[in-house]
Design a binder for this molecule. Structure first.
Ligand SMILES: [Zn+2]
Length: 1018
């Protein structure tokens, strides 16, 4: 190590570069910085190999009055064995801001636990003195309607690109908050010419700890359980069981729905600053991967972005290779189709969203690493293999330190900031051009608008959708008068009134409309790409819309995002060699159950409109004085909250449709019998929750049952708390009481004494993973609140989080159902009852092709009279992630409440062996699946390929007709198993009511359906 340190000293004396490193010519100018005393030695000592360090970050510059990280923390950033909590990191940035005129800090939000979310602004003194005018410049460039050619020419030399960095998002990726302290200091004080250029030509924004709640938990976890341990293959669980109060790794999957404070902070600051680049700093892949994705890219992206992605990524590949750092690569990770991540706010708003995956080991200890090439494999190739996109692969074995991570990430960021300072005009011009072309395309080609009628099954979700569009910066207006257009089509709601969902207006792969201007013409808007559903459709049926209809005109800068959010996705699953990274469907009308119509008639541009400038909210009301009140169930999401608020009153659900006072009431509609104080209780509730109630003299004569609120538990395991977190977030916000339980409470037993319904939300764990949990050989691992670890112990606490549910936990859950409890399992959690032996005669179905990567699929109620169907039409659609399907016997088809697709139900042949290897049975299973029940013929006009509503999939024939929801009586109770997650990231709002229906009707679930005699599952 000593020889290495000496070499660095020599290199800096020679102008900042090690002998032998191929240095870009511009950097051969003398480095005017004086290294901080001891910084060269400390950095060299913390770096495990000289090739894991660049000359740019091999020293920290000395400054007489501005505190360096060492001055503040007592050690260099990335020092071995040290991690810094949020308060100290913010303390450092505030000290930096107080001492340097080149640094300011502002608060951009508060986490769910109340921690501040900070934004650091870095630029030279000239910019700091007038940040408002720089913000105004990028705001004007963001909207070419405000800024024509003259304005652009005037602004270009004065505006500065804004480069935004998000650190500390995924809490176990611990390096970036440390690195960003040194980066900020370096940018503030270094006098190297390339850093001065960054300061003088750019504004750099740093969000050092995007997820502050998780940062503190993780730092405390390190000091509690990881410090001093350096055997990489046998570390204890490296992450605490929670990051945010609610959500774990999904804190980077909230881009469209904005349910989390950190998303709102990042997105709102984006719309305040209009940065040209948003760059997320993640850690997972050796040694530094720059996101570009394999494609298919999102069809709404301007082609300019594809060039920017690759040009910038290869800048880092080239420059870090030139600096002698191996293992920097791009392309073969992710796909670029879905943009629901934090950097996506840039992709979706004409800027550049990008990200790093720097190699990280969570721990701040230094350790030997041997890559496991079964997991370190991307696009089916080991990460150590040389490829065109990975010209210098990482080594298989190496020693890694937190400082190595700091070196790679910081050198990469400096490299790209240098690039941005050299290409400032291009960045600003491309940003402007993307907005300009969006406006032009919206005026020149279909679709011209989306029309969203006010008359919806749940106006609460309509308001939520409109408000969400506006929060994304998409302009929404309302028609001042009634209008009629031809060619309104497309995005029907996923749970439309009896409709199986309209077909897309044009098929995937259709080349679309002619280009609006010829190739070669600079600045011309590109034509619709292949696979885009946005090709113009002449004609189409005329449709009339009343005054007040919401209209999203598409001659606006964020046209692409508006279309992406309002049109169903058409993911080309069959043409794509690699699996998508995440969900392939997110269209809001589909997932919110709101009808939205694509308008291809240019006449819509003549409709007089008023911009929506405030939150949309529908106040409900109560008509008449009672004494009985009626509420038509049309699928309102608010019914669970409403029932809770009416806890002191009787609420009954009609078991069949009825008519009263000239109005129709579907099955599930509420009847509120007369009681003193009812009217007074209803009025504010109806107003607030947007519910419409009518009076009746007496209850209608209809079969009905009382809706009793259960004692509800929400279950998670210590090894996967995430999906339960999304459920908790909803229930907390809606004011629904529940008890949150983890493994410990289940293992203790006595569940029937405490709960009526146990809801086990989705999990990524397999059955054995649920049983085994976190490896107890590394235990005990305490997660309790103590004075030393104050962020631990919430929202659940245990002296030892290892060990899983175990067989005792499974037995207690089975016992709970046998003794009369209702066990509800969502998505992957259904492996527990279905594969854990709670239920007989349900088995995992064999599949070869089936692939449903977060795609909205049609489903039909096999039992439309079941209370689960209340508020829904017979055919609905729900989001399905890639989970195994299950199947049952013909005799037990009565357990199936909802099935996939529109085809008749399918079942397996009872003669197929239950216990033998599946391979032996496969042939028979396939034959047996041809067996079907007689079904009414499909309604006229139903599309041939009836399964996909939004997204794309493979192997539809392997799932059609199989159960989507099973309601299986066992003992005195029930298992209700979903083959999808209806509360997926709070995105799938039209699916929520399926779960609410269960909670509200838990003790009125009917016997199995009529296709089989009632029988017990055990
Ligand atoms: Zn990450």
């Amino acid at each position: 190590m000593q020889r290495f340190a000496a070499a660095v000293v020599l290199a800096i004396a020679l102008g900042g570069f090690r002998a032998g490193a191929a240095a870009p010519a511009a950097d051969l100018a003398a480095a005017p910085d004086v290294p901080e005393l001891g910084s060269i030695e400390a950095i060299a000592a913390a770096t495990t190999e000289s090739r894991f360090l660049s000359p740019w970050v091999a020293y920290v510059p000395e400054h007489p009055s501005v505190p360096s990280p060492s001055d503040y923390l007592g050690h260099i950033a990335g020092a071995p064995g040290e991690l810094t909590g949020t308060a100290r990191i913010y303390g450092y940035f505030r000290a930096l801001g107080a001492a340097s005129p080149r640094v300011q800090v502002e608060t951009i939000g508060r986490s769910e636990e109340g921690r501040e979310i900070l934004l650091v602004v870095l630029a030279d003194e000239a910019a700091q003195a007038d940040l408002g005018s720089f913000r105004e410049a990028t705001a004007q460039l963001a909207d070419p309607r405000r800024c024509g050619a003259d304005c652009f020419a005037r602004l270009l030399p004065r505006a500065r690109p804004i480069y935004y960095l998000n650190g500390g998002l995924h809490s176990s990726e611990t390096g970036s908050p440390e690195m960003l302290m040194e980066l900020a200091y370096r940018l503030a004080v270094s006098e190297r010419p390339e850093i001065r250029a960054i300061r003088e030509r750019l504004i750099v924004l740093i969000n050092p700890v995007s997820e502050p709640d998780g940062r503190d938990r993780t730092v405390e976890w390190f000091y509690r359980h990881l410090k001093g341990k350096a055997d990489h293959d046998h570390l204890p669980e490296t992450s605490p069981p929670y990051w945010g109060k609610y959500v774990f790794h999904d804190n980077n999957r909230d881009g469209h729905q904005r349910e989390l404070a950190l998303t709102r902070a990042i997105q709102d600051s984006f719309l305040r600053w209009h940065p040209q680049v948003v760059h997320d700093l993640h850690e997972s892949i050796p040694l530094l991967l720059v996101w570009t994705g394999t494609g298919p890219y999102n069809v709404q992206m301007d082609p300019i972005l594809v060039g920017e992605w690759h040009q910038m990524a290869f800048q880092e590949v080239r420059e870090l290779s030139a600096l002698g750092m191996p293992g920097v690569w791009t392309w073969g990770f992710g796909e670029g189709w879905g943009h629901m991540f934090q950097d996506s706010v840039a992709v979706n708003h004409n800027a550049i969203g990008r990200g790093y995956e720097t190699f990280g080991i969570t721990s701040a200890e230094t350790m030997d690493v041997r890559l496991d090439l079964r997991t370190e494999e991307y696009v089916e190739r080991p990460v150590t293999r040389r490829e065109w996109y990975r010209p210098w692969p990482p080594p298989r074995r190496f020693r890694w330190s937190l400082r190595n991570n700091t070196n790679y990430m910081q050198t990469g960021v400096l490299s790209i900031l240098r690039y941005a300072s050299l290409h400032a005009d291009d960045l600003l011009r491309d940003f402007y051009l993307k907005g300009k072309r969006a406006v032009e395309r919206g005026a020149a080609e279909a679709p011209y608008a989306f029309a969203i009628p006010e008359d919806q099954r749940d106006r609460g979700r309509l308001a939520a959708m409109i408000n969400l569009l506006r929060a994304h910066g998409i302009e929404v207006s309302r028609a001042r008068q009634a209008f009629e257009v031809a060619g309104a089509s497309g995005a029907a709601p996923s749970s439309g009134p009896g409709e199986p969902g309209a077909a897309p207006s044009s098929g995937p792969g259709e080349p679309g409309a002619a280009p609006s201007s010829g190739p070669g013409e600079p600045g011309a808007a590109p034509s619709s790409g292949p696979g885009e559903p946005g090709a113009a459709q002449p004609g189409g049926p005329a449709r009339a819309f009343p005054a007040g209809t919401f209209v999203v005109r598409l001659d606006q800068p964020y046209r692409g995002y508006a279309i992406d959010l309002l049109e169903p996705q058409r993911y080309p699953a069959d043409e794509t060699p690699y699996k998508p990274y995440d969900d392939v469907s997110w269209a809001l009308p589909v997932h919110f159950g709101v009808e939205s119509l694509r308008v291809d008639d240019p006449g819509v541009r003549a409709v007089p409109l008023d911009p929506v400038e405030a939150e949309v909210r529908y106040a409900g009301r109560v008509e008449g004085e009672g004494p009985v009140f009626l509420l038509a169930d049309t699928g309102q999401e608010a019914l669970l909250a409403a029932r809770q608020r009416l806890a002191g009153f009787q609420v009954e659900a009609a078991e069949e449709p009825y008519a009263h006072g000239g109005a129709e009431y579907p099955a599930g509609s509420w009847i509120l019998p007369a009681k003193r104080g009812l009217g007074e209780a209803l009025r504010p509730l109806a107003e607030e929750l947007g519910l419409e109630l009518r009076s009746a003299a007496e209850p209608p004569a209809v079969r009905r049952h009382a809706l009793d609120l259960p004692r509800l538990a929400v279950l998670a395991t210590w090894s996967d708390t995430q999906a339960a977190g999304w459920v908790r977030l909803y229930l907390d916000r809606a004011g629904i009481p529940y008890t949150y339980i983890v493994d410990d409470a289940v293992k203790k037993g006595g569940l029937n004494d405490r709960f009526d319904v146990i809801l086990y939300p989705h999990t990524y764990r397999t059955l054995s993973g649920i049983v085994q949990g976190i490896d107890p050989r590394q235990g005990p691992l305490a997660y309790t609140r103590t004075p030393k670890f104050p962020s631990h112990g919430t929202p659940s606490s245990s002296p030892d989080i290892t060990g899983g549910l175990g067989y005792r936990g499974l037995a207690n859950l089975q016992d709970f159902a046998l003794r009369g409890g209702v066990l509800v399992t969502l998505g992957g959690a259904s492996a527990l009852p279905l594969e854990g032996g709670f239920v007989r005669n349900v088995r995992r179905a064999e599949t070869e092709e089936l692939f449903t990567p977060g795609v909205e699929l049609r489903a039909r109620f096999a039992r439309p009279d079941h209370p689960l169907a209340y508020g829904y039409p017979e055919t609905i659609s729900v989001l399905r992630e890639d989970l195994p399907p299950y199947e049952t016997r013909e005799a037990d088809l009565g357990w199936v409440v909802l099935r996939w697709g529109l085809e008749p139900q399918r079942y397996y042949d009872e003669k197929t062996p239950q216990d033998g290897p599946w391979a032996e049975a496969a042939g028979e299973v396939i034959d047996a699946e041809k067996a079907t029940l007689p079904e009414p013929p499909a309604a006229a006009g139903e599309p041939e390929d009836s399964l996909v509503v939004s997204g794309g999939m493979k192997g539809s024939e392997e799932i059609e007709g199989k159960p989507a929801i099973l309601d299986v009586p066992i003992g005195k109770g029930r298992v209700v198993a979903f083959n999808f997650d209806p509360i997926h990231r709070l995105m799938t709002r039209s699916d929520f009511r399926l779960v609410w229906n269960l909670i509200l009707n838990w003790n009125d679930l009917p016997p199995p359906g009529g296709t089989s005699p009632r029988r017990d599952g055990t």
